[in-house]
Write a protein that binds this ligand. Sequence first.
Ligand code: 6GU
Length: 232
Amino acid sequence: MRIHVLTLFPEVFAPFVETSIVGRAVEAGIVSFGFTQLREYTEDKHRSVDDRPFAGGAGMVLTCGPVFRAVEDISARCGPGLTRILLTPQGERLSQPLVWELSRQDELLLICGHYEGFDERIRTGLGVREVSIGDYVVSGGESAAVVLIDAVVRLLPGALGDAASVEEESHEGGLLEYPQYTRPRVFRGMEVPEVLISGDHAKIEAWRRAQAIERTQARRPDLLADDGPVVE
Ligand code: 6GU
């Protein structure tokens, strides 16, 4: 997979794409990145990317010109399967099914905005998919892009050492993950559940599933509603 990022702050991505799972995936050739400075597509002396909103209102708005020129230039250097994603709190909320879907694309272009928002024609005129990372506001699309990149890259074949670990994580199968323990068996009087030391694999599996369901019911009943997983 190749991931292009259009941003006013390309420098914030470096430590992230060089570290941990994402860093190893880059080294293994599973994913590669290209970062483009939006300001390189400005045409005025001040290299401005934003302007005051028509009819007034708070803050500044990202203008069409630099974004259109940059997206068109990047697209011309990409294959026909490039998926354009605009990171915005108004977008479709990122979920594990959406992350899986994005992980199956060959090439992504993540467009990060700053300031108060985008000129509406960026949404309507560029054929973008709008994605939000949750129901709260962060100041720029960069931190949202980092979340999306991390969630997608770890699903690429070979990115995680242990293939089984993806399926057992929280949100796979629509449930939160069961509780986990490691040594020591007793820590400050807190014991590891007996069943996990029993060696009875069927019993352990049943306990884990029951714990996952109980935990999901207690913390995130919304995940069990309607089209959620089948819980016996
Ligand atoms: Cl994608 N961008 C910004 N600025 N805030 C957000 C978001 C994105 N997703 C949730 N909040």
